[in-house]
Design a protein around this ligand. Structure first.
Ligand code: SF4
Length: 165
C-alpha cells in the first residue's frame, strides 16, 4: 500500500481553500485503480474544517494567517497519519508538496508572502521519523523506481521461499 495525501487522491474536498488538486499522472491513476492507495488528510484528522484558514510552518510550530498557534491540531493529524501508515502496511508515502502538513521538500516560509523554502510539513516529518520514505507528487519517477525495487525483492523472496520447500 502507498499512503497518499487525500487532496491528490481526490473524491472528497479537504484542502484549506476548498479547491480540488487531484493528481492526474497516469502512474498515480494506475495505482489508484489497482487499489494500492491509502488516502489521508492530516489536517482533517486534526479536527480542522474545510475550508479553513491557511497556515504555515514557523520553526517547530504551525501558525495560521491570523497568528494563532495551531500546532496541536497539526500534530494530532500527523500522529494519526503515522498510525494509519503503520496499520495499512504502507511501503512509502506520496504527499502534496508545499503543505505545512504534507510538504516533503518545500514549504512556505511562515511569512505569508508566497515565499517557499526547503523544509517539510509536520506529517512528512513525523512519517520520516517513524521510518517511512516520503515523496512529493513531483517525485513520481523516484516513487515508481522504489516500488519496482520492492516488488522485485518480493518476487525474489517468494521464489527463494518456494525453492526451499
Ligand atoms: Fe492535502 Fe495534506 Fe493539505 Fe490535507 S493536509 S489538504 S492531504 S496537503
Amino acid at each position: 500500500m502507498i499512503l497518499v495525501s487525500e487532496c491528490l487522491f481526490g473524491g472528497r474536498i479537504v484542502r484549506y481553500d476548498g479547491r480540488a488538486c487531484e493528481e492526474t499522472d497516469s502512474r498515480f491513476l494506475i495505482w489508484k485503480d489497482e487499489g494500492r492507495l491509502v488516502p489521508i488528510c492530516p489536517e482533517v484528522f486534526g479536527g480542522l474544517s474545510v475550508p479553513r484558514m491557511d497556515a504555515q510552518r514557523s520553526g517547530d510550530k504551525v501558525i495560521d494567517r491570523a497568528g494563532h498557534d495551531v500546532t496541536a491540531k497539526y500534530e494530532k493529524g500527523a500522529y494519526e497519519a503515522v498510525r494509519l501508515a503503520k496499520e495499512s502496511g504502507a511501503v512509502f508515502a506520496v504527499m502534496k508538496q508545499n503543505s505545512p502538513s504534507c510538504g516533503s521538500r518545500c514549504v512556505y516560509d511562515g511569512s505569508f508572502s508566497g515565499k517557499k523554502i526547503c523544509g517539510q510539513g509536520l506529517t512528512a516529518e513525523y512519517l520520516r521519523k517513524a521510518g517511512f520514505i516520503v515523496f512529493g507528487e513531483d517525485e513520481l519517477d523516484a516513487a515508481c523506481a522504489l516500488l519496482d525495487d520492492i516488488e522485485k525483492c518480493d518476487i525474489r523472496r517468494c521464489r527463494e521461499g518456494k525453492s526451499n520447500d
